[in-house]
Design a protein. Structure first.
Length: 288
């Protein structure tokens, strides 16, 4: 799982390096088409009958669209915000999951969970510092990434018991690729000239980013086969450390003390939320 976080942070770093030189639709299409091809080949080698282990088709389509929106929000945030800031705000997904459970599913949320949600919100305010002039409305994109990822996790948990994980990830990448290809075709008059100006080096960077993202998902699948998600999720916050490291190594950016404090508060609140969820779901042992 830690290797997964390092891979995802590296993938985000490549996106940050590319910047606005590659149109967003082309960047996303390169990322998901590579994953669709790689997992499609894997699926074929496993046997065509594996394609039937898809679970509920409507949930598969919803999962694909949510992940596509998550990637789009993340990529836009990376173009305008420092890498650690985008990563930390996107890590608010467990807190947003708690809010969605309370508002949409009418679940009973304990005082401890609400306290952690408030703690995470305070951490976000420390990072963003509204009115300080450093960040603008663009912070809505990483927060949108956290929201869509929270919804994505809910849908994924429902599919985890009904479908094969590799089949699920293949369908997600295939649906996302089809949607992006349609958008490219609709706006080809503007996108094709812009894509034609992309240098070979930038295209190679897109390929590297797609390889890293796909490899990260495969690493996550291997982790999930061995350990429950509730146990693994706290380790996902290692991505904050890797994002900070890559930001310093590649861009010379080091978070100031307030940003580092806010990132730490978000990480602690997120880990605490995950641990409370895990404790609530674990069966209680009988007294001796």
């Amino acid at each position: 799982m830690i290797a997964t976080t390092a891979t995802f942070a590296a993938s985000d770093s490549v996106v940050k390096l590319i910047g606005p030189a590659v149109p967003l639709v082309a960047l996303l299409l390169g990322r998901y088409s590579f994953q669709a091809i790689a997992l499609g080949i894997w699926q074929t080698r496993r046997g065509s009958e594996r394609f039937r282990d898809a679970g509920v088709l409507k949930l598969q389509l919803l999962r694909a669209l949510l992940l596509l929106l998550n990637s789009a929000c993340t990529f836009v945030g990376l173009r305008y915000l420092p890498l650690p800031v985008t990563t930390s705000l996107a890590m608010m997904a467990p807190l947003i999951s708690t809010l969605l459970a309370a508002i949409l599913l009418d679940e009973d949320v304990s005082k401890r969970k609400w306290a952690l949600v408030v703690m995470g919100f305070i951490g976000m305010l420390i990072v963003v510092r509204p009115g300080g002039g450093d960040f603008t409305w663009i912070v809505a994109f990483p927060i949108g990434a956290a929201t869509t990822f929270a919804c994505f996790q809910v849908v994924s948990s429902k599919l985890s018991t009904a479908g094969d994980p590799i089949t699920t990830n293949f369908i997600t990448a295939l649906v996302a690729s089809i949607v992006l290809a349609a958008l490219l075709w609709i706006d080809q008059a503007n996108l094709l000239p812009a894509i034609s100006k992309v240098t070979a080096g930038r295209l190679l960077a897109v390929l590297v980013m797609a390889c890293l993202a796909t490899f990260g998902h495969l690493l996550m699948l291997q982790a999930l086969r061995r350990t429950p998600l509730a146990v693994l999720t706290p380790f996902g916050y290692a991505q904050l450390a890797f994002a900070t490291l890559f930001s310093w190594a590649l861009f010379g950016n080091v978070p100031d003390r307030w940003t580092a404090l806010g990132m730490s508060v978000i990480a602690m609140s997120g880990i605490g939320t995950v641990m409370l969820h895990a404790r609530a779901r674990s069966p209680r042992t009988a007294a001796p």
